[in-house]
Design a protein around this ligand. Structure first.
Ligand code: FNR
Length: 393
């Protein structure tokens, strides 16, 4: 029984709308201009962002009839050797306390409640240990913004903390070694990482290696000059491009568990990911926030799956806004989808409850969409490419 759907039809007015396109405008009506600019902002003119959404419209689901499906579809998947009840994960999003005072703790608790993995960002406004506590027995993965090799000691410190706190997989984001050209943030004169309160850089402020090095450099504590500490930590996690594919070996040495490279957009890089021996990739363009004029993320998915789908797990994000979007990405070969902005809008509107609502709504929508299309489960035998047609061919 799809309980969220049942409730919606029984005169129980929800505290948040089920119309997925309304979450963004409603959240923007309650957020500050800075927070709105940061979450809704994109690189350049927003062309890539629009292409991310438009790419889904090119593919359509072709329903089948009289397929015996006695129960609602089985949504479970196996990703990175972990059996998950649902084919989605909460995407890494930084500085969540600018959207709600409880920030990442609220989202991580919601992810556990809804049985969805939580991917924690290096740019979080909550420490690794506090997120783990809020996430309880949930599945959690750690996303790394990778410092320069001269700061290997800091990288190792973060990885050790994450491992100790129960994060099982490491997501390494390759598309954001500096922040993109984002006019919304520039017009607001706003960089959330440079805030001189602990919101900007909680992982850095709570890192023993960073703290002791800061003290050595300046002979003061982090708390004595938070602005300076924030600036130095921000430079550490967005160091510019100073690594190559060979450097992945270092992460393998220091991370005992699956490694996933996030931000892959072409077949050559997907093949390199296989060569360097990681377990997965996320086909993603960071929601169109980095390279403007870039290809819509879904448009590259089929080719990448064809090239490496048998060798590693291919995950997907950028532009997932409803259940049908998840179905389409999975039919094109994604093992699961990362939900980005929609849950952030839920967080801004109703805190952890809002995140729960968004995750439940997307999954409920997916479940009924598959059921009504005659697709009995998300397994690759059922949710195949043949369930889709390209409208423009
Ligand atoms: C992000 N994203 C991101 N990714 C990452 O690896 N580390 C991070 O800290 C962040 N932070 C972040 C903040 C905000 C406000 C947004 C919107 C996005 C990218 C995120 O994980 C994901 O790739 C995109 O959100 C997917 O695009 P859509 O579907 O949200 O448009």
């Amino acid at each position: 029984e799809n309980s969220i759907y049942q409730r919606g039809l029984h005169y129980e007015k929800p505290s948040l709308t089920f119309r997925t396109t309304e979450w963004q405008p409603q959240a923007e009506a309650v957020m500050s201009a800075q927070s709105t600019g940061y979450v809704s902002g994109n690189a350049g003119t927003g062309e890539t962002y629009r292409k991310n959404l438009a790419a889904f419209q090119k593919w359509s689901i072709v329903p089948s009839r009289l397929v015996p499906t006695p129960s609602l579809p089985d949504l479970s998947v196996t990703v990175l050797d972990e059996k998950l009840q649902f084919p989605i994960a909460v995407a890494p999003v930084g500085v969540q306390r600018i959207f709600n005072p409880d920030g990442e703790a609220a989202s991580a608790a919601a992810a556990e409640r809804e049985n969805v993995p939580f991917i924690m960002s290096t740019a979080s406004s909550t420490s690794i240990e506090d997120v783990a506590k809020a996430n309880g027995d949930g599945v959690r993965w750690f996303q790394l913004y990778w410092p320069s090799r001269e700061h290997d000691d800091l990288t190792i410190s973060m990885l050790e903390r994450a491992k100790k706190a129960g994060f099982t997989a490491l997501f390494v984001t390759l598309d954001t070694y500096i922040l993109g050209w984002r006019p919304s943030d520039m017009d607001n004169g706003y960089n959330p990482f440079l805030r001189s309160d602990p919101i900007g850089v909680a992982i850095g402020f709570s890192d023993p290696v960073f703290r002791s090095q800061f003290k050595q450099r300046h002979d003061i504590e982090v708390e004595d000059n938070m602005g300076l500490a924030a600036a130095e930590w921000t430079k550490t996690i967005f160091p510019g491009l100073n690594k190559s594919w060979e450097d992945v070996a270092f992460l393998k040495q220091h991370w005992d568990g699956p490694i996933v490279l996030k931000g892959i957009q072409n077949v050559t890089d997907a093949r390199k990911a296989v060569e360097v021996g990681v377990q997965g990739i996320v086909v993603s363009n960071h929601g169109g926030r980095q390279v403007d004029g870039g290809v819509g993320s879904l448009s590259m998915l089929p080719r990448i799956v064809e090239a490496v789908g048998k060798d590693i797990d291919v995950l997907f994000d950028s532009g997932i806004r409803c259940g049908a979007d998840i179905a389409k990405a999975m039919a094109l070969g994604a093992k699961c989808c990362l939900i980005g902005r929609p849950y952030v809008y839920g967080l801004a509107l109703r805190g952890g409850e809002g995140v729960s609502h968004v995750l439940k709504a997307l999954l409920g929508d997916l479940e009924l969409t598959l059921h009504l299309a005659g697709i009995p489960s998300t397994s690759p035998e059922h949710l195949t490419r043949e369930k889709l047609v390209r409208e423009d061919e």
